[in-house]
Design a protein around this ligand. Sequence first.
Ligand code: IVH
Length: 698
Amino acid sequence: MYTKETTQKLQQQTNGFLKQLKEGNIDLAAIELLRDVLRFHEYRYYVLNDPLIADYEYDSLYKALEKIESANPKSITPDSPTQRVAKGLTKDFPTVQHLVPMLSLDNSYNSEDLQDFDRKARELTGLDMIEYCVEPKFDGGSISLVYENDMLVRGATRGDGVEGDDVTPNVKQIKSVPLSAKFSDYGLQQVEIRGEVLINKKNFEKYNAQLIEEGIPPLANPRNAAAGTLRIKDPQEAAKRNLEAFVYHVSFYTLSKGKKIPDALNNHAASLELLWNLGFRSPQKEKKLFKGIEGVIQYCNQFEITRDDLPYEIDGMVIKVNDFALQDKMGMTSHHPRWAIAYKFKARQATTKLTGVDFQVGRTGAVTPVAKLEPVAVGGVTVSSISIHNEDYILEKDLHIGDRVLIERAGDVIPQIVKSLTELRTGKEKKIVFPKTCPVCSSILVKEAEEAVWRCSNMECPAQVVERIIHFVSKDAMDIRGFGDANVRKFYELGLLKDIPGIYTLNFENIGQLEGFGEKSIEKLKQAIENSKQQPLHRLIYALGIRFVGETTAKTLAQAISHLLELQKFSQEELQNLEDVGPKVGGSIYHFFSNKKNIDLLLQLEKLGLNFNNEKKQLSTVGNLAGQTFLFTGTLPTLKRSQAEAMVEANGGQIVSGVSAKLNYLVVGEDAGSKLDKAKKLNTIKIISETEFLQMIK
Ligand code: IVH
């Protein structure tokens, strides 16, 4: 798509634009070049998975484009990178007819099936040997894309194959789908292509974790997540899920006047290359050509072994007769083309019996039901229990003890129950009764309004205490190696450890008497505990396990203070002034620091020698902004809030959390709200723009 030369040119251009942004603004005259630069970086990131600039650099260029466009609305083009995400809700998805029916594929499951397919193909074509193109079978939601005069005009779901839903607003925000592509270079006027929309495994896990946190039932697999996202009514929400798309088939085209069919549309491999060259993510690198079926079989087997190494799910391979003239000769049934077949990998679904339910109590007191299953092998691992998340999930999936259930393990993703096979019920199945009291400490369970999760109300509940300690020592928190879940549980049960401060006063003589603890391992554990006292402040904040405070929020909080106990003084409003802290997160932090028991715990930890200081913050007393306090409000034209705040600190300034007499500078962006009003009233605060701010640190 981009030659080495163009790549270098665009990269130079990028650096030029970034420099211009530091000094001022980008000119309207450069708008199309700026768009090309952004398209290029989208391509590097989303198609090649090989970015050349940092996210914040991309963001600042994107914001600069938004700024020029909002000042010059007439300059906006439908394929501008800013036009991907529509504002407002989609009312409904109109039904549209595909230009060509979207047929399905016939399936094969073993080498005999493939040999059979090859034999029939040879019979139908009258040839001795056929050339096949083999590529992955992507496991997502199918889409068709229509381009007219190089512009994306429609994206639709498969529907019943003849008609689908027009989901263009959601398709447009998939960054690996170009909003425009130079089909005209090949003499093509209207083109319909088919592909698959996916969500990669990492983003799927992230999305499910977020659903669980919010008490919403998670989705069974990335396929459902991708297909569901295509039909979501809020394109901005759809954009957050980071869909990806592969395209693998040109299903229809018309030629521009006087143009001939391009060579690239003589065979399948060349058509994948054409799509790749136009900036699409086609299986250009994954596809392979074989003369005869034997190589095909080997390639399929090879791919099956390494399928877990891919960042997205595939459920098999697709084998296509390469030559389009032969494809035409072979034709199709009403259901599938005769020139292609899917080779399905071994199922990662299995059915088994749900034999009971355990209720586990987590660190925040959340009671999670876990289904006990008759052990069953799915995709190479034996599964004997699966989380069934919460009461609503049980009701929605209509799960009963004694049911046969269909389970699925999507790649290395945690297994999920897809459904209960209700038609196989005998009448002996029992309802799952959710307990009213904590299964560990018998305290009353409570459920907050609009929450799906029941929680144990007793902070001292042994299950919660143990889980809090496990979280505290875990790798992403205080990273105390050699502790591990099992040791925490063992020490707790034996009375050697009863709370978090207890980690730092462990009696190693007693531990030395336990089986499996030699001098060496004790020494290591001692050292790891000692070292943890010096962990940076954000790790300690994360380790405290405050609800909704993940690693990012912990970093934001650490940035805002120079000593942990300063958080006691923050009002809810001040907390919400911090980046990405909304009422829910702010409320939880406030609640934590208002609780005397928590403060006592913190005082104990401080006494034990844990690092409570944000050293970086204390060091930064030299620089252009030394001694000055800053606050940002509204959307800044080029900088991200966190970037700007880091710049203040790097230059010796300090970020404060709210508008007060202590504030020297309020830097205002677009849509600044109450903070600006308040600052104006106070009269002592200098209100400046981002450009003025950048001038100050120049
Ligand atoms: S070719 C007429 N190629 O699998 C052409 N399909 O189970 C038919 N799929 O409906 C499609 N990866 O949604 C083709 N590389 C690939 C594919 C693929 C996934 C989907 C497609 C199809 C389904 C059949």
